[in-house]
Design a protein. Structure first.
Length: 557
C-alpha cells in the first residue's frame, strides 16, 4: 500500500459513520500513520447523508484529498454520491443489502446476517465494515480488538467483538499495510486541543451555550472538570454566558467562553463591558457558513472583520487565528495568558474545519505552555483598581481579599473605579487603556510565531492565508515550489513580520473560505496589495488540489 491514502465512510445520520471513521483512524495510528479526518454532516439527527474522510500518511497532513482509495458504504446513497471520487484502483466495501453486483472492485458482506448471528443491533453494521477494512488492508486482529475495546462501552464490547471477528474472517487480505518506524501520536479534534491548551494555561471556568461548531469544547471540558477542578457551566443563552463569565473573571478565575458568530453577536455588549472594566476574558469564536444560521454545520471564514471590530467604542483586544490542532492548543493557552497580562477581552478565532476535524497531535507542544502570572497588587497603600501606570496595566486584586475594595464599572471611571464625566478624567483613563494597546503591539513584534512562512522562502509568488486554510495551502505551496505566509495574530496586526515575510514577493495570492476576501481589507489598511484572490464559499474547505489548480491556471513560476 502507498504511504498516503484516503478512506471515506458514509451513511445516513444515526448509522455511526463518524464513530467508525474515528476507529479506522485509530487503527492506522497504531501503525504509525499521521491522520487527518474531515467530517461532513447535515444539520439532522437522523437521515440525510453524513461521511468522514480519513487521510493517513507517513508525514503530517492537515487537510483531506479529493480522491479516495477506499469507499465504505453504510447505505447505497453513499455509493451513488462518492463512487466518482474513487481512484482508478479504488475499492468499495459495503453490505450485500446496499451493493449492486455491477460494481467490479467491491467487497460485500451479509451485515444483517452477521449481526443476527451474534445477537447484535442494526447500528452495529459500522463494525462489520471497520473489521472488513482492517482485514483487507492487513491490519492484525489483535490491533483491531485493542482499538474496539478502547472505543466501545464495556456493556456492548462482547457483542461487537463477535461481530467484528466474524466479519474479519469472512474476507481475504488484499494489501499489506506497512508499519511505519515512527512513534504513534494522539488524535485530537481542534475543539479538544483548545480545551487542553486552556487547561494547561490555568483555565478555571468555562461558560457556553451549545452552538455548532464550538460545542465540542463544552463537551470536552465537562468531561475533564473533575480531573482539573474546573467549573463548566451551560446557561440559557449567550447573553447570560458572557455576563456570568465576566463575573467569574472579576473574582480572579481564568475564564473562557465558546460560541460561533451568531452567539458572539449576542455577547458583544458584554465584550464591550469587559473592555471598559478591564476584565480579562477569552472568547473562542468558531466560525461556520453564515450570515444568520447560514449552513450551520459547514465551513466558513466570514467573521474576521466582525471580530476585529466587535464592540462599541475604542476596544483593545487580541485576535488570534490558529491553523491546526497543535496551534489551537498553543494559542488557546497563549491568549489566556495575554488576556490576563493586559487585562483585556480577547478572541481565539477558529472555524468548523479546525473545531471538528481530527488531527494527529504531538504532545511536545504542551511543554511550551505555562501559566504566566498577571500583575498583582503589592498590598502597599490604598488599592486603586484602575491605577494610572506608564504601560497602562493596573495591579490586580480580587474580591474577598482583606482590606480591599475592588470596583468594576461599565461607566468611565477614575483610578478607584468611581464614575466620572469630566473631560480631563475621561481622557486620562482612555489614554491609560490606549497605552496598553501600544504595549500589546510591542509584545506581538517579539513573538516569532505571530507569522509563519512555509514552502520556498525566496519565491516571488506567495500564498497568504489564515486559519484552517493553512493545511491545503501549505501542501499546494510546497508542491508548486512557492511560498506560503500565515499570520496567526491578526490584532494587533504583526505588520513588521508580515512585511519581512513578503520580501521579494511580486505576486501575492489570497486564499480564504469567504466571499469578500476579508483578510485583503486588513492587508490593504497596512499598504499591502493582493494580486489575486482565490475564494470559496460553498461551505466546504479547500483541498490542496483546488488551490494548486487555480494557481497553475493564473500564474507561472
Amino acid at each position: 500500500m502507498k504511504k498516503d491514502f484516503s478512506i471515506l465512510i458514509g451513511g445516513a445520520a444515526g448509522l455511526g459513520s463518524r464513530k467508525a471513521g474515528l476507529m479506522i483512524a485509530k487503527l492506522l495510528a497504531e501503525y504509525g500513520y499521521r491522520i487527518f479526518i474531515y467530517d461532513d454532516y447535515q444539520s439532522l439527527i437522523r437521515g440525510g447523508h453524513s461521511y468522514s474522510k480519513i487521510r493517513a500518511a507517513e508525514k503530517n497532513v492537515l487537510s483531506h484529498r479529493e480522491k479516495i482509495d477506499f469507499l465504505l458504504a453504510l447505505d447505497k446513497k453513499t455509493i451513488d454520491l462518492h463512487q466518482k471520487e474513487l481512484e482508478e484502483n479504488g475499492l468499495i466495501i459495503c453490505t450485500q443489502e446496499e451493493c449492486s453486483p455491477s460494481f467490479e472492485e467491491v467487497i460485500s458482506l451479509p451485515a444483517e446476517k452477521i449481526i443476527q448471528n451474534n445477537g447484535g443491533k442494526k447500528i452495529m453494521k459500522n463494525i462489520v465494515l471497520v473489521a472488513a477494512f482492517a482485514k483487507v488492508t492487513g491490519i492484525k486482529w489483535q490491533t483491531l480488538k485493542k482499538v474496539l475495546e478502547k472505543e466501545i462501552a464495556k456493556k456492548y464490547i462482547g457483542i461487537n467483538i463477535k461481530i467484528a471477528k466474524e466479519s474479519f474472517e469472512r474476507v481475504e487480505q488484499r494489501f499489506v499495510l506497512e508499519k511505519l518506524k515512527q512513534k504513534k501520536v494522539s488524535l485530537l479534534t481542534g475543539n479538544e486541543a483548545v480545551g487542553l491548551g486552556a487547561i494547561k494555561a490555568g483555565l478555571k471556568a468555562y461558560f457556553a451555550y451549545p452552538m455548532t461548531p464550538a460545542t465540542g469544547i463544552l463537551h470536552y471540558l465537562a468531561n475533564q472538570k473533575k480531573k482539573f477542578n474546573l467549573k463548566v457551566v451551560q446557561l440559557e443563552n449567550e447573553v447570560g454566558i458572557i455576563n456570568a463569565a465576566l463575573g467569574a473573571a472579576y473574582t480572579g478565575a481564568r475564564t473562557m467562553v465558546g460560541t460561533s458568530g451568531g452567539g458572539f453577536a449576542l455577547m458583544v455588549e458584554g465584550f464591550s463591558l469587559a473592555a471598559q472594566s478591564e476584565i480579562p476574558i477569552v472568547v473562542v469564536e468558531s466560525q461556520r457558513m453564515s450570515p444568520a444560521s447560514g449552513v450551520p454545520t459547514y465551513q466558513g471564514q466570514g467573521d474576521l472583520l466582525f471580530v476585529l471590530g466587535a464592540g462599541h467604542g475604542d476596544i483593545v483586544r487580541f485576535v488570534i487565528a490558529p491553523g491546526d490542532a497543535e496551534e489551537a492548543c498553543f494559542w488557546a493557552a497563549k491568549i489566556l495568558n495575554l488576556a490576563w497580562k493586559y487585562q483585556t477581552p480577547s478572541i481565539l478565532l477558529i472555524d468548523k474545519e479546525i473545531s471538528e476535524s481530527t488531527f494527529s497531535f504531538d504532545e511536545k507542544i504542551l511543554k511550551k505552555i505555562k501559566v504566566e502570572k498577571p500583575l498583582l497588587w503589592d498590598r502597599k497603600g490604598d488599592y486603586l483598581r484602575y491605577k494610572i501606570t506608564k504601560n497602562g496595566i493596573s495591579p490586580l486584586a480580587f474580591p474577598g481579599e482583606r482590606g480591599v475594595v475592588v470596583k468594576a464599572n461599565s461607566y468611565e471611571h477614575d483610578e478607584f473605579g468611581i464614575t466620572v464625566e469630566e473631560k480631563e478624567k475621561v481622557v486620562r483613563m482612555q489614554e491609560k487603556r490606549l497605552r496598553k494597546f501600544k504595549e500589546m503591539k510591542k509584545e506581538v513584534e517579539k513573538i516569532k510565531e505571530a507569522v509563519k512562512v512555509y514552502g520556498q522562502k525566496n519565491s516571488e509568488i506567495a500564498i497568504i492565508v489564515w486559519g484552517s486554510t493553512k493545511g491545503p495551502a501549505k501542501e499546494a505551496a510546497e508542491k508548486l515550489g512557492i511560498k506560503m505566509i500565515q499570520p496567526l495574530i491578526l490584532q494587533p496586526f504583526p505588520e513588521k513580520q508580515i512585511k519581512k515575510a513578503l520580501k521579494n514577493v511580486e505576486s501575492l495570492i489570497l486564499v480564504e473560505t469567504n466571499g469578500l476576501g476579508q483578510l485583503e481589507k486588513v492587508l490593504n489598511s497596512y499598504g499591502i496589495k493582493v494580486s489575486r484572490k482565490i475564494l470559496k464559499y460553498d461551505g466546504r474547505p479547500f483541498t490542496a488540489e483546488e488551490i494548486e489548480k487555480e494557481i497553475k491556471k493564473n500564474f507561472k513560476k
